[in-house]
Design a protein around this ligand. Structure first.
Ligand code: OAD
Length: 252
C-alpha cells in the first residue's frame, strides 16, 4: 500500500474512534506549541539543552539561586509575548464545541496558556502556568500574563520572593487538577495524546489509565515515543496539520 494511503486509512480509523466516543479526553505536550514557535524541552535546540533540570526547575534550585531560575523563566515568559495559537490548538477548540462540556476534557502539560488563548474553555493545566506567579511566603497567586517581571520579583503583600506558578521536578501536581484529569482518563472512550514524549510522570501515566479503562488511544506526534507501543493508532506528523484533518474527517 502506498504510504499516503496508510496514513489516510489511519486518519479515518482515528476519526471513527473519536466519532463513536461519548467522552473524549485529550492530553497535550510541548509539541502542540512547536508550530507556534515555542521550543520543546528535549532534543536538539530544546529548552533543557544547556540547562540541567536540577539547576532551573526544582525547588532546591530556587532556594539556591532564585535569580538564575527567574532568568530561565523570564526568558520563557518573554517568548510568550511573541507567539500565537496554531491550527492544532484551534482544532481542539472545535472538538470541545462539538463534544460539549460533559463530553470533552482537555488536559495539558504545557504552561504557555496557548489553549486558553485559542479559545478552549476548560483546560486542566497539570504543570501550572507561566502566566501566573505565586508567593513563596504567603502562597498568594496572581495572573501576570506575559508582562516583563523584575529579575527577582517580590510579593506586594508580604515582600517574600515570588516564584512562577509552575510545577517543578520533585513537586506534586495540583491535587484538584490531577483528580479531574484522572477521572477524565478513566471515563473517556477515546484518549488522544498530542506532542508529548510521554516520559514525565505522573502525566504520562494517564495514557495507561485511559487504556486500562477501555479507551481507544490515538497518538499524534512527529516521532515514535515511549507510549507508541501502547496506542491503537499512531498518526505521525505535525499536530498543526494532523489535528484539523482529523476533526474534518469526523464529518458533521
Ligand atoms: P518534550 O520536549 O519532552 O516532547 C515534545 C514532543 O513533541 C516530542 O515527542 C516531539 O517529537 C513532539 N513534537 C515536536 N514537534 C511536534 C509537532 N509539530 N507536532 C507534534 N508533535 C511534535 O515535551 P513534553 O512531553 O511536553 O514538565 O514534556 C513533558 C514535561 O517535561 C513538560 O511539561 C515539562 C518537562 O520537562 C515540567 O517542567 C514539570
Amino acid at each position: 500500500m502506498h504510504q499516503n494511503e496508510t496514513h489516510a486509512d489511519d486518519l479515518d480509523r482515528a476519526a471513527a474512534m473519536l466519532g463513536s466516543a461519548r467522552r473524549v479526553a485529550v492530553m497535550t505536550g510541548a509539541g502542540i506549541s512547536a508550530e507556534s514557535g515555542l521550543a520543546t524541552f528535549r532534543g536538539a535546540g530544546g529548552l533543557w539543552e544547556g540547562h540541567a533540570v536540577e539547576d532551573v526547575a526544582t525547588p532546591e534550585a530556587f532556594r539556591r539561586d532564585p535569580a538564575l531560575v527567574w532568568r530561565f523563566y523570564n526568558a520563557r515568559r518573554a517568548s510568550l509575548a511573541t507567539v500565537d495559537p496554531n491550527p492544532g490548538h484551534r482544532a481542539l477548540v472545535a472538538l470541545e464545541e462539538r463534544m460539549g462540556e460533559d463530553g470533552f476534557t482537555l488536559i495539558t502539560q504545557n504552561v504557555d496558556g496557548l489553549h486558553h488563548a485559542a479559545g478552549s474553555r476548560t483546560v486542566l493545566e497539570l504543570h501550572g502556568s507561566l502566566r501566573r506567579v505565586r508567593c513563596s511566603g504567603c502562597e498568594i497567586t496572581e495572573e501576570r500574563g506575559a508582562e516583563p517581571l523584575p529579575e527577582l520579583p517580590r510579593c506586594s503583600a508580604c515582600d517574600a520572593i515570588l516564584r512562577p506558578d509552575v510545577v517543578w521536578f520533585h513537586e506534586a501536581l495540583p491535587e484538584d487538577v490531577w483528580q479531574k484529569a484522572e477521572a477524565a482518563a478513566r471515563s473517556c472512550q477515546c484518549f488522544v495524546v498530542v506532542g508529548t514524549s510521554a516520559i514525565v510522570y505522573p502525566a504520562a501515566g494517564l495514557i495507561y489509565v485511559a487504556r486500562e479503562h477501555g479507551a481507544k488511544v490515538i497518538e499524534i506526534n512527529i516521532t515514535a515515543t515511549e507510549a507508541s507501543g501502547a496506542v491503537d493508532v499512531s498518526l505521525r506528523g505535525p499536530s498543526g496539520t494532523i489535528l484539523p484533518e482529523l476533526i474534518k474527517r469526523m464529518g458533521t
